[in-house]
Design a protein around this ligand. Structure first.
Ligand code: ZN
Length: 381
């Protein structure tokens, strides 16, 4: 089985130059429908998730039944990219792809998508027997994993698979932290800053006090905390009565995630509780409301899980040694694992993602394609 590197390169350039910001993935979706239908897919189904995600298309689900009597596997990639993405022109120097410098490249995640396409092209043209395989192409990964969240996993027959996404080629992420989003509304009392400041309770000062001694950054080996958004106040001559602070807690350990989330909540609540009125004339008391949203659950695969042993075996037969690791980021894999689909993340080789100097080497994408081909045709469990 020969991977056609130049064919893969052409498809990669064409896909990257097809703009697909989150919620505008329809053109890429259409292209993938065409490609996989031509390659003889048994079913090519767009789901109904656009109603929930606001995207101009649904998630795309493609199935090839294969002839080897083995359990099905799936591969998943996201169709959307971050911006700036207007008028992407791919540059190629030798083996290396970049954008023209004013946009992202979009190898995140089109490098994964082309590996799926080239894999099926090779199997199609050589007629090689392979195990059943499904592809899930999601929307809106970059804006909160919305496509994966809205996906009905009952539409897949495979229960185990791989997300082809961030990281170096050769990396397999088997652990990723869970994430809680915290939306904290600090309410004070508005008053004229010159005439009656003593009537007011400043929500900004309260929020600042709570944040000033909040644990931040890497709080232990498996957990991080960050407050990244703050919004409040109306004018300099008004004691501010409202501030909304948003942050996140991540941890690889679900118990710690719960403890830290509670600790952050308590820090805010106690700041309000311990507030004392300096002038004795305030026309009210501060209030705190903390909303916790579970964004995604932890991803924790065993080193000896079949999904890992399979990919290790495929790599070994290519003379590769995969590195099992962890990531601090969240991806569709967190969502799918949370829904009961055992999903490891295979790095595609993309670097400097979400930046205009994003790049990827052709050799990494052909390497990934060979790995997929070997997995589908040679691994027998
Ligand atoms: Zn990605």
């Amino acid at each position: 089985m020969q991977v056609d590197a130049e064919r893969l390169a052409r498809e990669f350039v064409a896909l990257c130059e097809t703009e697909s910001l989150s919620q505008s993935e329809a053109k890429v979706c259409r292209r993938l429908k065409e490609v996989f239908t031509e390659l003889g897919a048994e079913s090519v189904i767009e789901d109904q998730s656009s109603a929930q995600t606001g995207a101009d298309c649904g998630n795309l689900l493609v199935r090839f039944s294969g002839t080897l009597p083995l359990p099905p596997l799936f591969f998943t990639c996201h169709m959307d990219t971050v911006g700036p993405a207007q008028g992407i022109r791919v540059q190629r120097k030798g083996d290396l792809f970049t954008s023209s410098g004013d946009t992202v490249l979009g190898s995140d995640d089109k490098s994964g998508i082309v590996a799926c396409i080239e894999t099926m092209r090779v199997l199609h043209e050589t007629g090689t027997a392979h195990r059943p395989v499904e592809f899930l192409f999601t929307t809106c990964e970059e804006i909160g994993l919305l496509g994966a969240k809205a996906f009905d996993v009952g539409m897949l027959t495979a229960r185990e698979g791989y997300a082809l996404d961030g990281g170096s080629f050769g990396d397999v992420d088997i652990r990723a932290p869970a994430l809680n989003r915290l939306i904290v509304t600090v309410s004070g009392v508005a008053a004229h800053a010159g005439a009656h400041p003593e009537w007011g309770v400043s929500a900004i000062i309260l929020a600042a006090k709570a944040l000033a001694d909040m644990p931040q950054g890497r709080v232990d080996k498996e957990s991080t905390i960050n407050f990244g958004l703050i919004q409040g106040g109306t004018a300099i001559n008004i004691v501010p009565d409202k501030v909304v602070v948003e942050g996140e807690v991540r941890s690889h350990n679900p118990e710690k995630l719960a403890q830290l989330t509670e600790a952050v909540r308590n820090r805010f609540v106690n700041t309000a509780r311990h507030w004392t009125d300096p002038g004795g004339a305030a026309r009210g008391k501060p209030r705190i409301e903390v909303q916790v949203k579970q964004e995604f659950l932890v991803m924790q695969l065993a080193e000896q899980a079949p999904v890992i042993r399979r990919i290790d075996q495929a790599a070994a037969s290519l003379g590769l040694n995969l590195r099992h690791g962890e990531t601090g980021g969240g991806s569709d894999a967190n969502i799918l694992n949370g829904k009961g689909l055992v999903t490891a993340v295979l790095g595609t080789g993309m670097t400097n993602i979400h930046a205009t100097n994003e790049q990827i080497a052709l050799a990494d994408m052909t390497g990934l394609t060979r790995l997929l081909l070997t997995l589908l045709t040679e691994v027998t469990f």
